[in-house]
Each structure stands twice: as C-alpha cells, then as structure tokens.
Design a protein around this ligand. Structure first.
Ligand code: ADP
Ligand code: MG
Length: 693
C-alpha cells in the first residue's frame, strides 16, 4: 500500500462509503492518515464493577451474567443485559435496538464504556459503546488491538454517514498493513535539534496513542510539521514575490514634510519610517505591513511616503475601505500637501461621472500626484502614468484579490498596507507571511487612558447627563447602535436602532443639543455632509451605526456610547472605542448591555480592563478561537489541521527559528536542498497560491 493509493483499495470501502469519505476530503491513504482526531476518550483505565461510582464515565471488562431481557415501555423497545466481571453486577440498557439481543455471546468478554448511574441499589449504564475484547488483548490496562476501549480512543470530526467505529477501523487497517514505516520527510538534524518524534511514531500515536506521553510527543511532532511546512511555503512564496525589482528611491529626505506637521513623530513612527526607507533603497519592491493600534498615527507615515514618492518622480495611491474615511484622508492630505504644489485628488463612488472621467484622464496623463479613494480605484479603467507606491489603509477590510488588483496598476510598485488590528508577531508572520512587518506600539504623547465603563440600560439617564456635561465643555460624542431601524423580526426587538434612538434622544435625554444621525443606507453626499459638520464641531452628537468604525479621526470627540455592546466583537469594540481619545483630552467609552452571557461578560471585562490593542486581539483570539478570528480578518489563510495558532504559539516560534536555520537564504531568496521536504512544501505552496491568486 502506498500513501498515494486511493482509499477505495481498502477493505469495506464500497461506492457509498467512498462518497462519504470524499465528503470528508479523504481521497488517498495519506489523506486518511492525516485525518486527525478532534478529541480523545481515555478508556485505558478499566474499572472493576465494585469500584464504580455514580456519574463516572467508566470502561469495564466483563462477561454476560444472564440472557438478554426484552421490555416494551412508552412505545420503546428496551433491551437489558446483566454483566458480571467477578467483582460485581451491572445492568446495561439499550433502546430500540432489538437486534442487539442476538449479538451478545456468553463466552465472549466485552469492553463496555459509558456513564454509570446508580439507580435503586444496582449500577446501570445506558446505551454504552461496546466492543468485544480482542483475542490478544493483554490483561492490564492496554486494549492492544481494541479500537473503542481499553485504550485512549480517538474521536474524529465526522459528518453523517460515517461512524467513529468505521473510521477507526479504516485507519487501523492502514496502520496495520503498512509494512514499512511511514516515510519521513523532515531532515534528521531538525528532528534531533527540536526533539521531534519520527513521522511513523507520530501518525500512529495521534490516532491510537499508547499513553498520554506518546500522544503529546506525536502531537508536538505533527504541529511542528504543519507550522514548519506552512511557513516554509510562505517563505518560498515571499522569496518569489519579493525578488521583484523595485524602483530605488534616491531621495529619502522627508524633512520638508516633517517640518509642516504640527507635531514630532513618536519614536515608533520614526522607527517605521526608517524601516520603510531601507526597503525603498534596496532595489526590491517594498512589501510591508504596518500594524499599529488605533490612534497610533499611521496616517502620518502614509503621508511621508506619499511625499517621497512624488519627490522620486512616481505617483502614489492610498485606498481606504469606506468613502467617509477616504474623504477624511483627502482633506488632511490637502491641508498638508497644498503648499508644496502637489496635486491630491479623490476618487470615490459618489464623485459625479463627468468629474470621474476628468480625474481618470489626469491620472493617466500623470497630472495627479496622489490619488485617494475607495474600491472605485480598483476598476479596470483607472490607469496611472507612473504608479510607484500603493498604500492600503485598514487592509483587513480588503481581500487579497482587491489589493492585488490595485498593486497591478503599477510596475512593481512599493506596497505598504496598514492595519489597526494588531496581532501577536508570530501570528502576523503566518497571516502576512509574504510581507515584512513594522509595528507602532506607542501612542502619541499626552494621550490619556480612555476610561471604559460597562453598565446596563438602567443607567441611560445618568449617561445622557454625562454626555450633556461633555458637550457643555465643548466636546463631542458618538452614540453607536447596532441597527438602522426597528425591525419586524422578533429577535431584534430589544436592539437599539439609530432612527428610533436618535428620535428619543432629540425629544428627551439630549433635547436641545445639535444631534445628527448617520448610517449606511444614506446617500454618500448626505453622509459626507454630516461627517463634515461633525468634524467641524457644528454637530455635537453623532448617532451612528458602525460606519464610523474604521479610521475616522475627530480629535474633539471625547465620549463614545455603544448600545447593545453584546452585539459587537471584541476587536470591533476596540476599533469603535478608538474613535475617541485622539487628542490630549480625557475620553470615555461607555458600553451598554443587559446581556448576562458569559462570553459577553468576558469581552466587556477585557474592554474595561485594558486599552492595549495587542492584548485585546489576543483575548479576542482566545474567546473566538482562531478559525473565526482569521475568518473575519483575512481571506486566504490556509486551514490548520492540528495546530492552533494561538495555543501553539511556542511551537510557532520554534518553527520560525528552524526555517531560518534550514533554508539557505540569499537575502531575499530561499532555497531548500532536501528533496522530500521540498516536495511537501511545493504541494502546500500550490494550495496557498490557489487561494490567494
Ligand atoms: P491611526 O493610526 O488610527 O490611523 P491617525 O493617523 O488617524 O491614527 O492619528 C490619530 C491622531 O493622532 C491624529 O489626530 C493625528 O494627527 C495625531 N498624531 C499622529 N502622530 C502624532 C504624533 N507623533 N504626535 C501627536 N499627534 C499625532
Ligand atoms: Mg487610520
């Protein structure tokens, strides 16, 4: 049997079962062996019947102690069989499985596993898992050939139609018939440096662990392997991509623009600026992620490099995920660049067709130096004369493909992507494996902690009073609601909506204060007008949906009230909170929820407890699990079989180390000499590229 053989060569795999296996993604013997259990039951300890206790999940090893009995009760067919293991008696019950009465034999010994109940005196187990004790099973704890008891038993992630028993049987069949060891592809020196078991040992023990220690060794090896291969693939991908020649920026003196900024850069901003400057002079196209917490001043970094692009004779583009944010960027760029005679234009969906055409023409002729916009920039008919720098803001809102389309509008332009959802560095390496990473941790000086409170809706009146006080001091407030208008849907009846809440506030709690509302169903012009009036300080209170979630910068806003906070994810709450505290003024975030849900409570506690975006995203990752977290963050992440990117962070670090030691690097290119490993990596590389291209 070969790893590449079709699973249909296995005994007991007919057409029907084959189709079911295909549903699980199992086509070859190797797929089957790499179909790892999601959990285990420890049935290695065999209990004596006289030692059982009520509620115990137990496995006993026993003979029958009497003939099966049949009963009929409440329309159910009940089978009862008594067993005796020499220390005591137990009664086992099954429902609606009359054929079982024929199956049990008095001269066969059985493993019986299930939840023990102590009824009126006697022990019972209902609908247990049963397996005849294999002939060669040793007397002790190990079940040897047994698959469902007398050992640690695997539980596979399954869909209807395939039972645990069937899958265990198939895998056992393969393991038993593998005469040779399962081939190793990891280089020997890595196995020994990192104390990893052989692949043969790992595969056998991940399915049928001999003991706890064997399981942990097996898992470690396979997690290491998985992370190593994935990162190896990404490193190779990066080698290919980054090898693209890029324009060298001769002039990286940004002092003119720095002089016009009303502040000095923070040390972290300076560090990032110098990292990018190195990229720009390297002769290769920059491909860098800038991650920095909300309010850390990423826009300034973007401005500096747009300025340098112009000085070096190329055009720059800045893409933002919402029109509101694009407009805001456009305005601040105009302010900064106006005096240098640099042409900055805006291209968003709501620009009038005639004007759009004119902008596109001027872009193509090279008259426009910097263009700022939304998805509108991606369209095919947007062409540049000489695009040399592409910046994507809040990149987690875009798909890989969208970014790619923009990048393709220039000839190997330098690429910067910015994100305010910071994640632990080792994870970033996986998610953005094809990019270099810069991090801004520090906030600009003078920022105060945003005081965060979580209260129930009973506190509304007091909070309205608080908002009135802030407005009286000349400050402004955001009020966020999860819905636009009242819904017919019963599920939403307790959820605050923008339209209704704004009405209530105008006539009650915030009467007399200039208040406007904003939501995604409004026309872009209308939205822009409202945002402009809020940014100018004319509107004091903005009642809004999450359309303001990313990027919006109105430093005079000092309070954000979030209704039905339980409806938002942790990272989303952090982003929303980041709309305040954007100046030296003391700011507040008030979360309102009446939910008693445990996870909600943890999220709220996290918000109240910390302002640190890195901590928040780690907690978010913990609470949601990596699948969910990455699902909403970025498309094109390879699915992990076994590794948990959060819990296996330690191993992730080790594999990074191993990669850099094992790959022969000529600064930007990676080479692997080891053939079996290379083949494995190339296979994965194929998959990644399929996803992301
Ligand atoms: P984000 O990283 O969330 O995109 P912004 O770039 O919008 O943050 O910056 C947030 C605010 O901080 C803006 O008002 C900006 O002018 C200000 N800012 C940026 N850098 C500094 C700095 N070094 N010192 C003081 N204020 C700064
Ligand atoms: Mg920003």
């Amino acid at each position: 049997m070969q790893l590449t053989d079709d699973v249909k060569i296995l005994k007991s795999v007919g057409q029907a079962r084959l189709a079911l296996l295909h549903n699980l993604g199992i086509y070859t013997i190797e797929d089957l062996l790499e179909y790892f259990p999601r959990d285990y039951l420890d049935r290695s300890i065999i209990s004596s019947i006289n030692e059982l206790y009520d509620g115990q999940a137990a496995t006993i090893r026993t003979f029958m102690a009497g003939q099966p009995q049949a009963f009929y009760k409440n329309g159910k067919d009940i089978t009862k069989i008594a067993f005796n293991d020499g220390t005591g008696r137990i009664e086992i019950t099954w429902f609606n499985q009359p054929y079982l009465r024929r199956n049990f034999k008095s001269d066969v010994e059985y493993f019986i596993s299930g939840r023990v109940r102590r009824g009126s005196g006697a022990f019972t187990i209902e609908t247990p898992e049963v397996e005849a004790v294999a002939k060669n099973a040793p007397r002790g704890t190990s079940g040897g050939e047994n698959l469902s008891a007398g050992r640690i038993v695997p539980i596979y992630p399954l869909t209807a139609g395939v039972s645990q028993k069937v899958l265990r049987g198939l895998i056992k069949q393969v393991l038993d018939s593998a005469r040779k060891e399962i081939a190793e592809f990891m280089p020997q020196n890595i196995l020994s440096s990192y104390n990893l078991s052989s692949r043969d040992f790992a595969i056998r023990n991940i399915h049928f662990p001999e003991c706890d220690t064997a399981y942990f060794k097996a898992r470690r090896r396979l997690v290491f392997e998985e992370l190593f291969l994935m990162q190896g693939a990404m490193a190779s991908a990066k080698g290919h991509l980054a090898a693209a020649k890029g324009r060298i920026f001769d002039n990286i003196d940004a002092s003119e623009i720095l002089d016009t900024l009303p502040y000095d850069l923070t040390d972290d901003q300076k560090k990032v600026v110098s990292e990018i400057s190195v990229d720009l002079q390297s002769g290769y196209a920059a491909n860098r992620l800038i991650q920095g917490d909300v309010g850390s001043g990423k826009t300034a970094v973007a401005m500096i490099f747009c300025f340098l692009a112009i000085k070096n004779g190329v055009q720059a583009v800045l893409m933002a995920p919402t029109e509101t944010l694009a407009i805001q960027h456009h305005q601040s760029f105009l302010e900064t660049f106006g005096k240098f005679g640099i042409n900055v234009e805006l291209l968003v969906g709501s620009v009038k067709p005639k004007q759009k055409t004119a902008i596109k023409q001027r872009l193509k002729s090279g008259e426009i130096d910097i263009i700022i916009g939304t998805h509108a920039l991606i369209q095919d008919n947007v062409e540049f004369a000489n695009l040399g720098l592409v910046i994507t803001d809040e990149q987690h809102r875009f798909g890989v493909r969208q970014r790619g389309k923009l990048n393709d509008k220039g000839e190997h332009p330098h690429i910067l992507v910015m994100t305010a959802t910071p994640i632990p560095r080792s994870l970033a390496m996986v998610l953005y494996g094809d990019m270099d990473i810069s991090t801004i941790k520090q906030l600009p000086p003078g920022r105060q902690k945003i005081d965060t409170f979580c209260v129930t809706s009973a506190y509304h009146e007091r909070i309205f009073k608080f908002i009135r006080d802030e407005v009286e001091k000349g400050h402004q407030a955001y009020i966020i609601c999860p819905l636009i208008d009242e819904s017919e849907n019963e599920d939403f009846k307790d959820i605050t909506s923008v339209l209704k809440f704004a009405e209530e506030l105008k006539n009650g709690g915030l009467a007399g204060i200039s208040l406007k509302l904003l939501h995604g169903r409004m026309k872009p012009e209308e939205k822009n007008e409202i945002m402009t009036s809020f940014a100018a300080g004319e509107t004091k209170v903005l009642v809004s949906t999450t359309v303001i979630e990313v990027g919006i910068n109105v430093p005079n806003a000092t309070i954000i009230l979030i209704e039905n906070a339980e409806r938002f994810g942790l990272s989303q709450l952090h982003q929303l909170r980041g709309r305040v505290g954007r100046s030296g003024k003391k700011s507040y975030c008030i979360l309102i929820t009446d939910s008693k849900n445990e996870v909600t409570k943890k999220r709220m506690d996290a918000m109240v407890g910390t302002n640190d975006g890195f901590e928040i995203s780690e907690l978010d990752l913990q609470l949601r699990g990596p699948g969910d977290f990455f699902g909403t963050m970025q498309h094109g992440i390879p699915q992990m079989r076994l590794a948990n990117l959060y819990r296996d962070m330690q191993t992730l670090e080790e594999t990074r180390d191993a990669i850099s030691r094992f790959f022969i690097t000529d600064t930007r290119k990676f080479h692997i000499e080891h053939r079996p490993l290379k083949e494995k990596i190339e296979k994965i590389l194929g998959n990644i590229q399929k996803i992301s291209l």
